[in-house]
Write a protein that binds this ligand. Structure first.
Ligand code: DC
Length: 225
C-alpha cells in the first residue's frame, strides 16, 4: 500500500493556518484539509435551525440528523456541503466563527467528526489544519507545526480580511472576538488547543506571509528528509 505523508498545522484563530497550509499543500502536491470548516458547517446548521450552541440537548439532536460533505475541487478549494447545499461562503462570518467554536467544545461533536478527518490522511498525503490535529486527530503525523502570533497581530490580520470582504467591523470588536475564541478553544476539556510535545513552534508575529511560508517549508523538508 502507498505510504501517505501527513503534515499537521495547529494554532489559534487568525494565526494564518489556512493560508499557510493551503500554500504548503500546493508546494508539496498534497491535499489541503481545513478541519475548522467542518465545525463551521455544523455551527452554521445550528444557527439555521435556531439552536444555541449552549443548548447541549439541541446540539446532540441536530448532530444525529445533519449530513456534512466535503468536496475538494481541482483548484484546491475545499467546498463544504450541508445536507447537499453548498455553504462554503456562508460559513465564513464572525457569527459562525463563534458558533463553530461553541459546538466544537462538545465531546460528542468531536468524536462524530474524528473518523471523517482521519480518513483523508489514510487515503491521501495531507496538510491538515485545525486545533487538535497533532494532538488527537493525527498523533502520528510526520510533521507537526504549531503556528501562532500575538493576539493583536492576529486581530489586525483578521480585521483586514473582513474589511476586504466589505464587513463593517472595528479592531476592538475583532480583538474581543479573537480573545473570546482563544479562551474557549484553549480552555475546553475536550481536545483543547495546545501544542503537541513533538510539534515545532512557529511564531509569525513579525513575519510576512512569504517568510512564514518559507519557514514552514523548511521545517517540513527538514522533517521529511
Ligand atoms: O480554524 P477555524 O477558525 O475555521 O475554526 C473554527 C472553530 O472550529 C474554532 O474556533 C474551533 C473549532 N475547531 C476545532 O475545535 N478543532 C479543529 N480541528 C478545527 C476547528
Amino acid at each position: 500500500m502507498e505510504r501517505h505523508v501527513s503534515v499537521a498545522i495547529d494554532g489559534p484563530a487568525g494565526a494564518g493556518k489556512s493560508t499557510m497550509a493551503r500554500a504548503c499543500a500546493k508546494r508539496l502536491g498534497f491535499l489541503y484539509v481545513d478541519t475548522g470548516a467542518i465545525y463551521r458547517t455544523l455551527g452554521y446548521y445550528m444557527r439555521l435551525m435556531g439552536i444555541s450552541y449552549k443548548d447541549a440537548d439541541g446540539v446532540a439532536r441536530l448532530l444525529g440528523e445533519v449530513n456534512v460533505g466535503i468536496v475538494h475541487m481541482d483548484d484546491g478549494v475545499q467546498h463544504m456541503f450541508l445536507n447537499g447545499m453548498d455553504v462554503t461562503d456562508e460559513i465564513r462570518t464572525p457569527e459562525i466563527s463563534a458558533y463553530a467554536s461553541g459546538v466544537s467544545a462538545y465531546p460528542a461533536v468531536r468524536s462524530a467528526l474524528l473518523e471523517m478527518q482521519r480518513e483523508f490522511a489514510r487515503t491521501h498525503s495531507v496538510v491538515m489544519d485545525g486545533r487538535d490535529i497533532g494532538t488527537v486527530v493525527l498523533p502520528n503525523a510526520d510533521v507537526k507545526i504549531f503556528l501562532t502570533a500575538s493576539c493583536e497581530v492576529r486581530a489586525r490580520r483578521r480585521l483586514l480580511e473582513l474589511q476586504q470582504k466589505g464587513e463593517r467591523v472595528t479592531y476592538e470588536q475583532v480583538l474581543a472576538d479573537m480573545q473570546a475564541r482563544d479562551r474557549q478553544d484553549s480552555g475546553r476539556k475536550a481536545a483543547p488547543l495546545k501544542q503537541a510535545e513533538d510539534a515545532v513552534l512557529l511564531d509569525t508575529s513579525d513575519m510576512t506571509v512569504e517568510q512564514a511560508l518559507d519557514a514552514i517549508e523548511a521545517i517540513v523538508r527538514r522533517k521529511l528528509g
